[in-house]
Design a protein around this ligand. Structure first.
Ligand SMILES: [Zn+2]
Length: 151
């Protein structure tokens, strides 16, 4: 079975009516916190479920990996280059840009700045001095933007 056929079969099996989909989306939005709690409480169960899913889809995953070997290699290569860039930029910034004592985070202006955030690793010295909380948020946004760009 090729990928297209597989997806078609999978989609047919798990098809949801548009109305149902909309309802589920709304439910998810309204119960965000509860679901978060539920997920935390059922961590082990979910882990087992994912494991099972992976096992059931093993053949397909393998096949996909083989047909897309070039793509995966390309992605890995890019990831490695990016990691190197990231490390270099981080080291450069740490060396050249000290964070003054008592300096407040440039995003929230409340917590003490303890970290350097790079908007672009090609500009290693262009950093924002931020607290850890804001840094996590900023990185999340950055990662999202990067995935969008790739699409
Ligand atoms: Zn902050």
């Amino acid at each position: 079975m090729n990928k297209k056929e597989y997806m078609k079969a999978y989609y047919k099996k798990h098809k949801e009516k548009p109305k149902e989909k909309e309802r589920i989306k709304k439910y998810r939005e309204n119960h965000k916190e509860e679901m978060k709690k539920w997920r935390a409480e059922h961590k082990e169960k979910l882990k087992a479920y994912y494991k099972k899913w992976k096992k059931e889809h093993k053949g397909y995953m393998k096949e996909w990996g083989e047909t897309n070997k070039g793509l995966i290699n390309e992605y890995e290569k890019k990831r490695r280059i990016n990691q190197k860039k990231e490390l270099k930029a981080r080291n450069l910034a740490r060396y050249h840009i000290p964070i003054p004592k008592g300096y407040l985070c440039e995003v929230c202006d409340k917590e003490l700045a303890t970290q350097r955030h790079h908007k672009d690793y090609d500009k290693p010295l262009a950093v924002d001095l931020v607290c850890q909380k804001c840094h996590t948020k900023l990185d999340k946004i950055k990662n999202k933007l990067n995935t969008w760009e790739k699409k």
